[in-house]
Design a protein around this ligand. Structure first.
Ligand code: NAD
Ligand code: LMR
Length: 338
């Protein structure tokens, strides 16, 4: 028998059940914040994924409507829904992967850190639920500010005694999609053929695309590289401005999150998959850092080396450190002061 997890019983109480590692059922994936701008298209994409067994939709409002709608799609993915804090255990029961896009998005003029006061508590509460009801699950965090919400989740799991750093992943894949798209545009190639590693964190200058490590290799002038880097760093703000008060990126984020979730599910099956993610890391002197990681059955199994930086990347790497360190500490302090 593998590791035993305590799991939720609708009638109350906990019993031990085998984790998915020891069973052959298709994975159960929860989306927390499922009725939101990201949650809905993410749920739609996961309902169409043949890697998912059950899709558990959770929100504090509007979940049943989303679930009823999706449940008419003729895919084999079972859809369940739960609404409100007292149903969180039901939503998380026996989950293998929990994706969290719950929380408020930016409006024009705001930084991601301006969301901290609301989203920190939301993420901490949801993670306390994960620690209680599905402590062995992989957790993918989308809620901003990611640079702080991932350290918050880590501290909540540490307090609960369930922390496994290999299975806690901040989702930075949208930065990679953007980098691939913008670089492809600049060099006249198909976006699908371009791959840019993006490291650091997920806010402004902490987003560091490594254009010098693009595959296939690209030659652009220093000025063009600087402009491309700044566009990738400001891409979230570009969408916030375009939406003019109606939120931030939802569709591109849902696409990125669905791809990321599928990578996690392939890794759970034992495949080796490389993704950029914001994780606990020893690659730099920062305790959390986004980089390319190799995912396998037990989560992050290898940190790919950062490689060498050119002059611009070296300068940008120096510039990101103090902001990222401060955001990490802010998340850690939040859990210890609350
Ligand atoms: P949204 O307001 O449209 O949806 C958020 C959903 O979360 C709502 O349905 C809301 O009811 C729900 N919610 C609020 N509190 C909750 C709780 N305690 N439990 C469960 N659900 C709760 O926002 P959105 O556009 O979907 O964005 C969600 C978050 O994702 C924001 O913080 C945003 O900044 C972030 N985001 C991150 C990235 C990234 O690259 N990581 C990209 C885009 C957006
Ligand atoms: C993004 O990068 O699109 C998200 O982090 C949302 C935002 O606030 O920019």
């Amino acid at each position: 028998l593998g590791h035993l997890n305590p799991v939720y019983m609708p009638e109350g109480g906990l019993r031990a059940a085998p984790t998915s590692a020891s069973s052959s059922k298709k994975p159960k994936v929860a989306v927390l914040g499922a009725a939101g701008g990201i949650g809905q298209p993410l749920a739609l994409l996961l309902k169409g994924s043949n890697l998912v067994g059950e899709l558990s939709l959770y929100d504090i409002v509007g979940t049943e409507g989303v679930a009823a709608d999706l449940s008419h799609i003729d895919s084999s993915v079972k859809v369940s829904s739960a609404t409100g804090a007292d149903k969180l255990g039901e939503a998380l029961y026996d989950c293998d992967l929990v994706v969290i896009p719950a929380g408020v998005p930016r409006k024009p003029g705001m930084t991601r850190d301006d969301l901290f006061n609301i989203n920190a508590g939301i993420v901490a509460n949801l993670c306390a639920g994960i620690a209680k009801y599905c402590p062995g699950a992989w957790v993918a965090i989308i809620s901003n500010p990611v640079n702080s919400t991932v350290p918050i989740a880590a501290e909540v799991f540490k307090k609960a005694g369930t922390y496994d750093p290999r299975k806690l992943l901040g989702v930075t894949k949208l930065d990679v999609l953007r980098a691939n798209t913008f670089v492809a545009e600049a060099i006249g190639k198909a976006p699908e053929s371009v791959s840019v590693p993006v490291i650091g964190g997920h806010a402004g200058v902490t987003i560091l695309p490594l254009l010098s490590q693009t595959t296939p290799r690209v030659e652009v002038s220093a000025d063009k590289a600087k402009a491309l880097t700044e566009r990738i760093q400001d891409a979230g703000t570009e969408v916030v401005k375009a939406k003019a008060g109606k939120g931030s990126a939802t569709l591109s984020m849902a696409y990125a999150a669905a791809k990321f979730a599928e990578s996690c599910l392939l890794a759970l099956q034992g495949q080796s998959v490389v993704e950029c993610a914001y994780v606990e890391s020893h690659l730099t002197d920062l305790p959390f850092f986004a980089s390319q990681v190799r995912l396998g059955r037990s989560g992050v199994e290898e940190y790919l080396p950062l490689g060498s930086f050119n002059e611009l990347e070296t300068k940008n790497f120096g510039a990101l450190k103090s902001e990222l360190r401060g955001s990490i500490q802010k998340g850690v302090d939040f859990v210890h002061k609350s």
